[in-house]
Design a protein around this ligand. Sequence first.
Ligand SMILES: [Fe+2]
Ligand SMILES: [Fe+2]
Length: 166
Amino acid sequence: MSTDAIVLLKEDHKEMRRLFKAFQDAEEGPASQRQKLVDQILEALTVHTYLENEVMYPEVRRLLPDLEDDILESYEEHHVADVLCAELASMNADDERFNAKTTVLIENVTHHVEEEEQDWFPKVRDALGRKQLQEIGEKMIALRADAPRTPAAPKAIKKALDAVTA
Ligand SMILES: [Fe+2]
Ligand SMILES: [Fe+2]
């Protein structure tokens, strides 16, 4: 299995896209099914944004100062996703706003993931060596076991606050 940071993050993105598609297919379906899919989406996003905020973004910012603007924009996009995730976590699937809020979350995250994959991950790949990307990936693998899994977890809340006050 690869430990390359970009490979690992793209694997997460692929799983998110799968869950987003599953939700879109289930949009008219039973509340229990939509609830289950949104719980999975919230867990996937909480873990992923945590690893990016705690490891990938600060490492890229430190190693490649030219990408500062991309990183700052990405933190802000995570913050928008954090707010939507926190609101969804306290809603029920039978709420009339549940599908609408999930759709906005999916649209925002899809846009954000496209920017990562198309705009700045390629620049990081070009600028950093394979070994550096593997070291960053290893840090993310190590942190993954301790990552928060729900938006209400204290570490998730701290991460969301750190991102806008740091
Ligand atoms: Fe991200
Ligand atoms: Fe990402």
